[in-house]
Design a protein around this ligand. Sequence first.
Ligand code: SF4
Length: 347
Amino acid sequence: MKKSSKGFLSDLLLSIYPLHCLFMREFSEKLLAWYYDVARELPFRVVGKVHPNPYHVWVSEIMLQQTTVATVIDYFNRWMTRFPTLQDLADADEHDVLKAWEGLGYYSRARNLHFTAKDLVDNYGGQFPSMSKELVKLKGIGPYTAAAISSIAFDESIVVVDGNVCRVMARLHMLPEVAKALEESARLKAQKVMPDHHCGDFNSALMELGATLCSPTSPSCEDCPVQEFCKAYAKNKVDQFPKPKPKLAQPQKYGKVFWMERDGKVFIRKRTEGLLKNLWELPWVEIDSKEFDQIDQKPVRHVFSHFKLGLKVIDADLESEGIWVEKSKLLDYPFSKLMLKVLGTKS
Ligand code: SF4
């Protein structure tokens, strides 16, 4: 029987590329073609070529951890106005760095950005290493951020695995794992379809797919560029992947905050340790739920990554270590999001 020209072509391609190579090429080509068509314009994103500024990639990737793109855009633009180059950040005062980060949370990220900027200027000639295995040696740069910088700014063929990529891979391959084990399986699966070039675009495309079409609760599979590769879709089991993580109960903690005001000045102190080190705060102490309930004030509530905290503000006049600041100048100091909420009750 005479073969069609299409059949002849696929036979020829198969004789040149093994089947899995064709699969990989087709997957990445379809994903990239879709991404080039729909990629959202973002101030820290460059599409279709290697990003020329690893400093921008680094700052944006650190900001994007635990924070939405919509929130990061404003912070990123303000940050780049304040510290346009790595050298500017290295030369900055920590007070200004924390102030620029105020409200983003996880303040060790800002302190590490500052530390590593100085390290890069002092010990690396102001240049970023181009490989993730070198980047990961820098303070505050873990495997995720290292892979993001090296693939986006230096075209290293290494996958970046975030929650979006985990979800996409879990559905494409019906991966049964959860949490860290899922992250590792997703990494192996994604690395297999990673191209040798356009690596940053490929990573951004996978994350974009997870952030837009392959969403947690109502994925738009009909518009998905890689639907034909998706096992969960083929078996009508999209809603069963990824498998849910067991929920951990978050402990509830309570505290009382001392509002001390004299002659138009308010007393604040600088934290000397912990996650909020070097940020300013009103003095406060942890109390039990019974004492908390007895204070007749509306509480300020905040959810941290591992616990929830309720605070009630009381007027006080105590002796403590700290400084008195004009009430109108309070916001010149960097405060945590929680303390900004507390200050909001007194404005
Ligand atoms: S087909 Fe649906 S579930 Fe599968 S990857 Fe695409 S959007 Fe996600």
